[in-house]
Design a protein around this ligand. Structure first.
Ligand code: UDP
Length: 237
């Protein structure tokens, strides 16, 4: 156990975040910032796994909305997560950390295929484990992959960075009277219809007792601040 009280965490990074101010692709400054934050967390003795989305490259639903095949679009989306994962793995190495990219979609000439055993061994060896390829199945999201991998890898918590600094009683961008929860149970989130992640992801987290910390990606104290409890956030569970 690290002095933060957390041994192993999983960070979900959405693809959109990687694009920074652009609508497409990877903004190097954002990539390096995330890599630096992850390496700082490892420096505190916390084992870190990461799941990245691909909204900055392609989403299956967007392809389907334009008349394309949803399954092929989802395959494209999963491949997009591999591109993002390779980029983050490389940035982590440049930031002085060690990284190991695993993919749920086998592509052995590029990265190792995900197995729970190999990923846990890599975490125990001090590498940041980046889980690419989502769940490996169409019709799922990387939020669901993040919940799944956090449970499989026995993480203490799933860290979900968003535009706002936690879960609110209503949408704070619309309702100025909305208040932020410090803590809330999975059941309360469902009963009050507060969206934290998509339904499949949230159900998986609830059924397996996986806590989720929702925090603002823009917070200056970064991931270390979140884990040390200095940054405003909401803990679900
Ligand atoms: N995807 C998929 N199965 C998965 C995870 C992702 O088919 O298990 C595809 C899907 O098309 C999705 C895209 O990959 O839209 C990118 O993932 P996501 O939308 O979760 O990315 P984010 O919103 O986090 O950037």
């Amino acid at each position: 156990m690290s002095k933060t009280g957390y041994s192993r965490v999983l960070l979900k990074v959405s693809g959109e975040v990687l694009a920074g101010d652009q609508s497409y692709g990877i903004e190097p400054k954002v990539l390096d910032d995330i890599a630096g934050q992850v390496v700082a967390l490892v420096g505190l003795g916390v084992e870190v796994a990461v799941v990245i989305g691909a909204g900055n490259i392609v989403r299956g639903m967007t392809i389907a909305a334009k008349g394309g095949d949803r399954v092929i679009g989802d395959h494209m989306g999963m491949l997009g997560t591999v591109i993002n994962s390779l980029a983050l793995g490389d940035a982590i190495r440049r930031a002085g950390g060690r990284s190991h990219v695993f993919s749920q979609v086998s592509m052995p000439s590029i990265c190792d295929t995900f197995t729970q055993r190999a990923a846990i061994a890599a975490l125990e060896g001090g590498a940041v484990v980046i889980c690419a390829g989502g769940t490996g199945n169409p019709f799922f999201t990387t939020d669901t992959a993040a919940a799944l991998k956090a449970i499989e890898l026995r993480c203490d918590v799933l860290l979900k960075g968003t535009k706002v600094d936690g879960v609110y009683s209503a949408d704070p961008e619309i309702d100025p009277t909305a208040t932020r929860f410090e803590t809330i149970s999975h059941e309360q989130v469902i009963a009050q219809d507060l969206r934290v992640m998509d339904t499949a992801a949230f159900a998986l987290a609830r059924d397996n007792g996986l806590p989720i910390i929702v925090y603002a990606l823009s917070d200056e104290q970064g991931l270390v601040g979140v884990i040390e409890g200095r940054t405003p956030s909401t803990r679900v569970g």
